[in-house]
Ligand binder design. Structure first.
Ligand SMILES: Nc1ncnc2c1ncn2[C@@H]1O[C@H](COP(=O)(O)OP(=O)(O)O)[C@@H](O)[C@H]1O
Ligand SMILES: [Mg+2]
Length: 334
């Protein structure tokens, strides 16, 4: 068990009758950069809340850095740093004051606080901004300060809940670099949640895809994508009826490939996309079905999500609902 940073068994959170987290079992190894990928409302923040002892589990067990989240919650808290989805910085204080406050809460002595503040500010390149109030910070800078704060007390595990939510692509890249660097150079075990597939794909050693409080599938990004077993082809037809006709005929000829219809779209996982496309075109011309669009691509994590849940992470991820819910953040983060 020595190389296990986080272990959960049947961990569950119920809000009234609603299962926000439904008996999750997982193991995160020390040193891993582990991702929880899922749409809004999947239960990611609730899971992080329980692991960081901020929320009480309804049932099940979990250990973080060897400590039980119920029996040893103080030790768990000392072993972890948390960057919450919503900012918890004190806007009226300067960056340095926010860090100092955190150091005091964790019982760091004055000299130690001074040294550590210097170190963490350097790490996230905010030395020059340290004595400005947080109101003057951009969204990306606030995120960096929160990461720095999470690191003040030398945690073994850092939880990052939607670390780049609402940030522009350039700032997002910047944050990704820090996350990678902290994991690789400082050897900090990290658990991050995201509903951005690209983020999970680019950063994480291993990913658990979660939906409706359950783990749908788990593995390295490569394993998850290869598990679909081929190239992804998406065809747009005029109507759902046409799509169904094409599907029926294609299955007759290529029974090995997996094929599904979603509205007027046909989704095929083919062992060879290059071979499948001429076949599809032949069938559609014989049946006089008009093909409006063709897309061939290597599997993405979105395809993995679609394969397991029958829906698109971007649609179910309620990017729009997310915007609404976090509209305040979107405006403020620049
Ligand atoms: N305090 C709460 N009371 C009732 N329901 C909640 C509460 N917090 C979260 N939920 C519900 O639990 C589910 C999971 O939420 P959450 O963990 O925030 O998901 P995610 O972080 O993946 O977007 C959602 O359906 C959400 O509405
Ligand atoms: Mg969340």
């Amino acid at each position: 068990m020595n190389d296990i940073a986080i272990y959960t068994e049947g961990i569950t959170k119920k809000y009234n009758e609603m299962l926000a987290v439904d008996g999750i079992k997982l193991e995160v190894k020390k040193g891993e950069l582990f991702g929880l990928l899922g749409p809004n409302g999947a239960g990611k923040s609730t899971l992080i809340g329980m692991l960081s002892t901020m929320l009480e589990a309804s049932s099940g067990n979990a250990k973080v850095w060897g400590y039980d989240i119920k029996a040893d919650s103080t030790k768990v808290r000392k072993s972890i740093g948390v960057v919450f989805q919503e900012t918890t910085l004190d806007q009226k204080l300067t960056g340095r004051e926010n860090l100092d406050l955190h150091g005091r809460l964790y019982g760091l002595a004055k000299k130690e606080r001074h040294e550590r503040i210097k170190e963490v500010l350097e790490l996230v390149e905010l030395e020059e901004w340290a004595d400005q109030t947080v109101t003057k910070y951009s969204g990306g800078m606030m995120r960096r300060l929160e990461i720095a704060r999470g690191l003040m007390h030398h945690p073994n595990v850092l939880f990052l809940d939607e670390p780049t939510l609402g940030l522009d692509p350039q700032t997002r890249n910047h944050i990704w670099e820090y996350i990678k660097q902290l994991n690789q150079e400082k050897n900090i075990t990290m658990v991050l949640t995201t509903h951005y597939m690209e983020e999970a794909d680019r950063l994480c050693n291993r990913i658990a895809i979660i939906d409706h409080g359950n783990i749908v599938t788990m593995g390295t990004p490569q394993e998850l994508k290869s598990s679909l077993g081929g190239d992804m082809i998406t065809l747009g037809l005029s109507t759902e009826d046409d799509a169904q006709k094409l599907k029926a005929k294609y299955i007759e000829k290529e029974s090995e490939d997996s094929i599904t219809v979603s509205e007027n779209k046909v989704l095929i996982t083919a062992s060879s996309g290059e071979r499948a496309i001429p076949e599809i075109l032949k069938i559609s011309s014989q049946m006089q079905l008009e093909i409006l669009s063709v897309n061939l691509h290597k599997p993405t994590l979105d395809d993995v999500f679609l394969h397991h849940t029958g829906k698109d992470i971007r649609d179910s991820g309620s990017e729009k609902a997310g915007m609404k819910k976090h509209g305040r953040m979107h405006r403020r983060r620049r």
